[in-house]
Design a protein around this ligand. Structure first.
Ligand code: GDP
Length: 551
């Protein structure tokens, strides 16, 4: 074949996007939809930037960097939030990754970066098929990583681990691996093994492919040098690795082979085994190997849980669900974008889908895809992709869009608001404006908002204290309304449900404790567990629940 024109069947083979699962349509099989989980400062932003660099979207790198640095202080974080352009294109980024002759489409869904917990972070994880866990080689598994890991575990998400900052003094490799195995109760297999520590770190041995990857410290954006070798006994190793480091590498790997499980793709997909790569995101080292791992081990778009049946990616009909709503991306236009994870099918722009909650058809004429730096009109999208749908508030978190079937996607968590505060507009004349702003944030899922049945003002419920500050800042920035949060007399909120007359009886008897959420559903507010017990005893037909289904 060499030299001459290639026969059509060979060309077709080379042109076809490859997939690890030949039974999936190739466009779906090449998709990888994942999130990065980490503790602040471990290197998520830097790694994201390098992903985009390898994904051919270099111009984005500076923008992600700006975001990373903007987050350094709280007031700067607000500014970052103000600059919706950046944080939005960073909410879901699509880029291609080439591995050999295969081209993969990566969809990286950003988890909100600030350290305080928000529901948003959890919901993001419902839209992905895998997570990359970034840890700092000197600090190991930190608190936020652990919490996010638990969420991934609940969904059995496959996890790839990247141990970052190996160019600095880091912990012993076995110690890091042990810590992950013990704290997170997951098996770890080395995909690579670091050679040397801190200033003596020279690169990694690629355990999966028997290669030596050498770090080039001189040029941060240069792809590291790869030396092909044939196993640990290859004399070529000694040309590149100083004798003492080589001896340690051989010993370590021998011990690792005895003590640690080998890579097992099935165990990875089940979420019981995580391969770990060592690297230095800032030096672009180890990043490509990690990306290759994502491409190689997947997973492809997975079936999504729904009622009355789960939805598999290769189904012909389009179905998807809203996992995030972002309002006021452009403060001048008050638009909202609902982020939809496509669970199945091949979507084309202009399609009419059924909005299952309202049973109304919706023509999706301006869907956006977040291709690296740009927000582009999505002419088409496939299962696994994330599209943004601008709308005027019809689309809420948890909503399903289908070609007619009444599906309800499950597993999108709703959290009990744990902290309640009253909120008032600085200017009493602006109460109506405040109401509008609060309703919008409630729909975004940024907070729970309750309007007391008696009296004025609102009560806002969140899961983490920083959310109050973020809200106050956003209301001021996006609506020009200074607001004040005050302590509330209530500490718990319970949604009241049951037969209508029973619910009405509770409302009638407990006026001081009743409020309505942004959907108009009744909520019982109190500071005493005793009150909750009393209602449950006096009204056995009524259920008081700490969370409300997202639909
Ligand atoms: P994030 O908070 O997880 O997004 O972390 P960033 O990507 O913003 O990184 C936090 C800090 O660690 C920044 O000052 C980065 O420059 C630095 N950093 C990131 N990766 C590396 C690395 O591989 N080596 C070293 N030495 N520093 C790094």
């Amino acid at each position: 074949i060499a030299g001459g024109p290639q026969p059509a069947y060979i060309r077709a083979m080379l042109d076809a996007p490859q997939t690890n699962r030949p039974d999936l349509p190739p466009e779906i099989g090449r998709r990888r939809t994942f999130a990065i989980i980490s503790h602040p400062d471990a290197g998520k932003t830097t790694l994201t930037e390098k992903f985009l660099l390898y994904g051919g979207a270099i111009q984005m790198a500076g923008q992600v960097r700006a975001k990373g640095e903007a987050r350094r202080t709280r007031s700067d974080f607000m500014k970052m939030e103000q600059d919706r352009g950046i944080s939005v294109s960073a909410s879901a980024m699509s880029f291609d990754f080439h591995k050999g002759d295969r081209e993969y489409r990566f969809n990286l869904v950003d988890t909100p970066g600030h350290s305080d917990f928000s529901e948003d972070t959890y919901r993001t994880l419902t839209a992905v098929d895998a997570a990359v866990m970034v840890i700092d080689g000197a600090k190991g598994v930190e608190s936020q990583t652990q919490k996010l890991f638990e969420v991934c575990r609940m969904r059995d998400l496959p996890i790839l681990t990247f141990c970052n900052k190996m160019d600095r003094e880091s912990r012993d490799t076995f110690e890091i691996i042990d810590e992950i195995q013990e704290n997170l109760a997951i098996d770890v297999t080395p995909a690579s093994w670091p050679i040397g520590v801190g200033r003596d770190f020279i690169g990694c041995y690629d355990v999966l492919h028997d290669r030596l990857e050498l770090m080039d410290r001189a040029d941060r954006n240069k792809v590291a040098e790869t030396v092909s070798i044939s196993g640990l006994d290859d004399p070529k190793l000694a040309e590149h690795v100083p004798a003492d480091l080589l001896e340690k590498l051989r010993e370590d790997l021998e011990m690792a082979r005895e003590l640690l499980p080998p890579m097992d793709p099935a165990a990875f997909l089940e979420g019981s085994l995580t391969p770990i790569w060592f690297g230095s995101a800032i030096n672009s080292f180890g990043v490509q190997e990690l990306m290759s791992g994502i491409a190689e081990f997947g997973p492809e778009p997975q079936p999504q849980r729904a009622e009355p049946r789960q939805v598999s990616a290769d189904e012909k009909k389009v179905a998807g669900f809203v996992f995030k709503v972002q309002a006021n991306m452009d403060p001048k236009h008050r638009d909202r974008v609902a982020f939809v994870r496509l669970a199945s099918g091949h979507f084309e722009r202009g399609m009419k889908l059924t909005h299952v909650r309202s049973k109304k058809p919706m023509a999706i004429s301006n869907p956006v895809l977040f291709l690296a730096a740009d927000r582009e009109l999505a002419e088409e999208a496939w299962a696994g992709d994330i599209i943004g749908i601008p709308n005027h508030g019809q689309l809420r978190i948890g909503d399903a869009l289908t070609e007619g079937e009444a599906l309800r996607f499950t597993g999108i968590p709703s959290f009990a608001p744990e902290l309640l505060q009253g909120v008032r507009a600085g200017d009493p004349m602006k109460a109506k404006h405040l109401e509008k702003a609060l309703m919008q944030f409630a729909e975004e899922g940024a907070a729970k908002v309750f309007k007391p049945a008696i009296g004025s003002g609102f009560i806002v419920g969140v899961v983490g204290a920083l959310q109050f500050e973020v809200l106050a800042s956003r209301i001021e920035l996006e609506y020009g309304l200074p607001v004040r949060f005050d302590a509330s007399q209530f500490t718990s909120a319970r949604w009241v449900s049951g037969p209508k007359d029973a619910v009405d009886a509770v409302i009638a008897k407990n006026g001081q404790h009743i409020a309505h959420d942004n959907d108009g559903d009744p909520v019982f507010l109190t500071r005493l567990q005793w009150d909750i017990d009393r209602i449950e005893r006096d009204h056995p037909d009524v259920t008081l629940s700490a969370t409300k289904e997202m639909m």
